[in-house]
Design a protein around this ligand. Structure first.
Ligand code: FCB
Length: 455
């Protein structure tokens, strides 16, 4: 292992989760599109359903105590829209609201800052039935829900994220079909991406109106490289759907002109309204970045390993190409490339100047061995060390990055990969629900406790 890791004073360290991936208790909430997707044979590789997940609704006190054991400054979780507003609109569900009250209060009692994500992909089924994010109305429903959450929790939540990774919601969900709702309609996916960003802007305004503070969005900006000069145009297009679409809208520049032209055969873009621009680019207080890997755009006939989510279909309008990740790879097939973290933070700082950045997710599904002495996951420990170093390097170089959340506190349902990919610092046995901190958790804890750890 490389050098020592010194966490600067004031730099926040945390852990992250999301509702559908950990909560379970689907009987205690409305349905969401991931419940529906999970029913489709083959949609989730191992047939995982929403229950029991990590049974977190029943075991949240134990999970809060784990966060205290780590010594995190902050915890990022998401509110399940169908748990607090079943059906996606209308009356609020008291039991759901009370659950998040207890979770937030439990964090505060332990001296941990709550960071809330409002949308980590569990769209109420009723809203998907009326078009989901392809429909402009979903953006309005999202804003209503955001306001309701702001009204309830603004006094106690330190920071709010409207959306998590709208790229995944739109392009993996509506274009590649590998995430809920499992559609393969490239034109619709562009409308979905746009309406997600409109929903973000509307939610920002409604949250601010009810005095919620520290508002932003969490993106997964990803470095995109061409493996050879002939692939530069394709890589530029991928950078458009992956990165520039979101960054340009947030900066008030609208949809990038090259995407409008390259995708003209897929959509007439009639869902874009001039007056939306100022809504979508409502000034943010912070921005989140989830960094896992890079994308290498290669000629279409390049035979390479499969990387989950690296799918040409997820870049509508792209010229023929394939992705060619380079070893070392994680279980997701994602290339391990710490310099990409430094690079991406510089890019966000350049494209959205003046906005403080938090790394809201970073981690990996790696080999681990279990024996009576514990869960041994040296590759994850190295991955975390090297990526935290890469974040701190960007900070030293002048990027205003203020915190880091490891993904994830717990092993959990990795979306379409079900329980086959484990990202947790803490192992979860799905049958017994026993939580066991892995070696990486012990290391992360030592970093947090010492704030100055050498390896
Ligand atoms: C991100 C998601 C998160 C988790 C990680 C591995 O795209 O935001 O929920 O699945 O990937």
């Amino acid at each position: 292992m490389a050098s020592s890791l010194v966490i600067p004073d004031g730099f926040q360290m945390g852990a992250a989760t999301s509702s559908w991936q950990i909560e379970g208790d689907s009987a205690g909430r409305g349905r969401c599109m991931w419940d529906d997707f999970a029913m489709r044979p083959g949609a989730i590789v191992d047939g995982t359903r929403a229950d029991p997940a990590c049974d977190h609704v029943a075991r949240y006190v134990e999970d809060l105590d784990l966060l205290s054991w780590f010594g995190v400054d902050t915890y990022r979780f998401s509110i399940s829209w169908p748990r607090v507003m079943p059906g996606g609109s209308g009356p609020l569900a008291v039991a759901g609201l009370d659950f998040y009250d207890r979770l937030i209060d439990g964090l505060l009692e332990r001296g941990i800052e709550p960071v809330v994500t409002l949308y980590h992909w569990d769209l109420p089924s009723e809203l998907q039935a009326t078009g989901g994010w392809v429909s402009r109305e979903t953006a309005d429903r999202f804003a209503d829900y955001a306001e309701a959450m702001g009204s309830r929790y603004a006094d106690r939540v330190a920071r709010w994220a409207t959306l998590n990774e709208p790229w995944c919601s739109s392009f993996l969900g509506y274009a590649a079909g590998v995430h809920a709702p499992g559609m393969r309609d490239p034109g619709a996916s562009l409308a979905a991406a746009y309406h997600l960003m409109l929903g973000h802007g509307l939610a920002m305004q409604r949250l601010r109106a009810v005095n919620a503070h520290n508002l932003g969005v969490v993106l997964n900006i990803t470095p995109v490289y061409a493996t050879e000069p002939s692939m530069k145009a394709a890589a530029h297009h991928v950078d458009g759907t992956q990165n520039r679409f979101f960054l340009d809208l947030l900066a008030g520049r609208g949809v990038p002109q090259d995407l409008i032209e390259n995708c003209a055969h897929l959509t007439d873009w009639s869902f874009v309204q001039e007056s939306d621009n100022s809504i979508i680019s409502t000034q943010m207080d912070w921005i989140g970045e989830n960094y896992y890997s890079v994308m290498r755009v290669a000629p279409p006939d390049t035979g390479t390993a499969e990387a989950v989510g690296q799918d040409a279909l997820a870049s509508p309008g792209c010229p023929p190409m394939t992705y060619a990740p380079r070893a070392p790879l994680t279980h997701m097939g994602w290339e391990i490339y710490p310099p990409g973290m430094t690079e991406v933070l510089h890019r966000i700082a350049r494209d959205l100047p003046g906005i403080p950045i938090w790394v809201c997710e970073n981690g990996g599904a790696m080999d681990e061995t279990i024996d009576e002495s514990g869960v041994h996951d040296p590759i994850r420990r190295h991955y975390l060390h090297d990526h935290i170093s890469a974040v701190l390097q960007a900070r030293t170089e002048g990027v205003d990055v203020r915190g880091y959340f490891a993904w994830s506190l717990l092993d959990n349902i990795e979306w379409a990969e079900g329980w086959t990919k484990r990202f947790g610092l803490v192992r979860v046995d799905v049958d017994t629900q026993i939580r066991t901190p892995k070696d990486s958790a012990q290391w992360y804890r030592a970093v947090l406790q010492g704030r100055d750890t050498s390896d």
